[in-house]
Design a binder for this molecule. Structure first.
Ligand SMILES: Cc1ncc(COP(=O)(O)O)c(C=O)c1O
Length: 483
């Protein structure tokens, strides 16, 4: 929300307008005097209908996947069935108290347990925790697990985590937050990991490799088996950033690729809307040798008692990584999504995501330069360098101009190894007509760049707000009325 809009609600204040009802608690529930307020809260007094209109108007100025195409690469902004939302809002779930005794929450525990089992079956791993609450949180959990494992084996000298230069920024941030050095590994001319460069950086200091597959260029790491063998031979572990799992669901056993630990973003792949910073879930899956180290409590099933329970008795665990058990409502959506899609449905969704991305690339590649012109997985990356060179119009300008035509922009300037990058992920939920309309629009904007560059450089022209100072908006965000 813009500060300007936030102010409006305060500016609508009119003394005496109907506001909160006066509480009528019985006397015996009165707060002790030392806890009671001495002065009224400084809240605006605004009639209910004006508040509703204000916020509905604001929501109409916003962009979302329920309004239109949102091809934000690496973010998997797919349409999520509303049914899964409804299920996660059932009062039986939302009214649960996290301190409720186990015997009263068997249904919730079973849901978490079964979800873990489905994800284990899909990926080929033998252990899981739902506790991390984002991709980045899953990464940190995974690297802490590897750290605990290596320390337990007495390998305290290892302090280097190898990370491809195409990786998401959370990977090196994770390595350094876990107390390790992030060592960059080059990509080769095909956009995948350069195995020779990897070899030259492996040593007895290697903690492991963090690899994203498909990588952030939308390319499957074809040498993955060789890569994981090399890391293991050097005594390291392999962490997979599974944020792009939408392309692989049901097709690949990650465990068979030689991965030791992976996180999946339930908020991208498994039906939780994603954006605005959360809430999410970065479920972590591990092979057997890492299971003793996962966060407590683990959700387990006790055959003897015929009950689901939380196991806190895990002496080698890294401890807790989040309050309670993570974002439970996100787990419910994932559970509902998996059950309603079924195994075949998930495979189909992944295949359609890949098909859509390849079709869109095909529509654009005669007009835009594809950074790595090869068959891609769920996303692909264009470079705006030729257009910038010829016209001075940058990728940033093209992204802004797209808004005028009713499309959300793709991810821009990422991955960092592609200059003037446009990273496009259409997802499986878009129609052929939408993909074609988007491609036509990008091509039209390219023509505008050559014919009337200023029109593109000053876009957007049709949105409720024009160009913002995005750095200032992020760094000096004001959300408090100080009037
Ligand atoms: C490849 C990759 N890794 C990690 C992350 C981090 O996930 P989160 O934003 O949930 O922390 C993202 C997020 O977009 C990503 O694209």
């Amino acid at each position: 929300m813009l500060v300007k809009d936030f102010k409006v609600i305060f500016e609508k204040h009119r003394e005496g307008a109907p506001t909160f009802p006066v509480p009528d608690f019985p006397e015996e529930y009165d707060l002790p005097p030392e806890l009671a307020r001495t002065a009224p809260l400084n809240l605006p007094e605004v009639p209910e209908n004006e508040v509703v209109r204000h916020y509905v108007r604001l929501s109409q100025k916003n962009w979302g996947v329920d309004i239109g195409f949102y091809p934000l690469g690496s973010c998997t902004m797919k349409y999520n069935p509303k049914f899964n939302e409804d299920v996660s809002r059932l009062p039986g779930f939302t009214h649960l108290h996290p301190h409720a005794p186990e015997h009263l929450v068997q249904g919730a525990l079973r849901l978490m347990y079964d979800l873990q089992e489905y994800l284990k079956r899909l990926t080929g791993f033998s252990g899981a925790t739902l506790q991390p609450v984002a991709g980045a949180s899953g990464e940190l959990t995974g690297i802490f697990i590897i750290k605990a494992y290596l320390r337990h084996r007495g390998e305290t000298e290892r302090d280097e985590v190898l990370i491809p230069d195409s990786a998401h920024g959370t990977n090196p941030a994770t390595a350094s937050m876990a107390g390790f050095k992030a060592i960059e590994v080059r990509s080769n001319s095909n956009g995948t990991l350069d195995v020779e460069d990897l070899k030259s950086k492996l040593s007895d200091r290697t903690v492991g490799l963090m690899i994203t597959n498909p990588n952030t260029l939308g390319l499957f790491e074809r040498d993955i088996r060789r890569i994981t063998d090399l890391v293991h031979e050097a005594g390291g572990q392999v962490y997979m950033d599974g944020a792009n799992y939408n392309a692989l669901m049901g097709w690949v056993s990650l465990a068979d690729l030689g991965i030791d630990v992976v996180h999946l973003n339930l908020h991208k792949t498994f039906s939780t809307p994603h954006g605005g910073g959360g809430p999410g879930a970065g479920v972590v899956l591990v092979k057997e040798h890492l299971w003793p180290f996962v966060p407590v409590p683990t959700v387990e099933y006790d055959e003897e008692r015929g009950m689901y329970h939380l196991n806190w008795d895990r002496p080698l665990s890294i401890g807790k990584v989040h309050a309670f058990y993570g974002h439970f409502l996100v787990a419910i959506r994932a559970y509902a999504y998996i059950l309603s899609m079924g195994g075949e449905g998930l495979r189909q969704a992944a295949a359609d995501a890949v098909l859509n991305a390849n079709y869109l690339r095909h529509l654009l590649e005669g007009e835009y330069k594809v950074a790595y012109p090869t068959r891609n997985m769920h996303e692909f990356v264009l470079t705006g360098m030729p257009i910038k060179r010829d016209t001075g119009v940058r990728t940033y300008d093209i992204a802004k101009r797209l808004l005028d035509y009713g499309f959300h922009a793709p991810t821009v300037y990422f991955p960092l190894i592609v200059p003037e990058a446009m990273m496009i992920e259409p997802t499986e939920t878009e129609t052929k007509e939408t993909l074609e309309a988007f491609a036509d629009t990008l091509i039209k904007i390219k023509r505008e760049a050559y014919e009337n560059p200023d029109l593109v450089k000053t876009a957007p022209h049709e949105t409720p707000v024009r160009r913002l100072d995005e750095v200032k908006a992020a760094k000096q965000l004001k959300v408090k009325w100080e009037g």
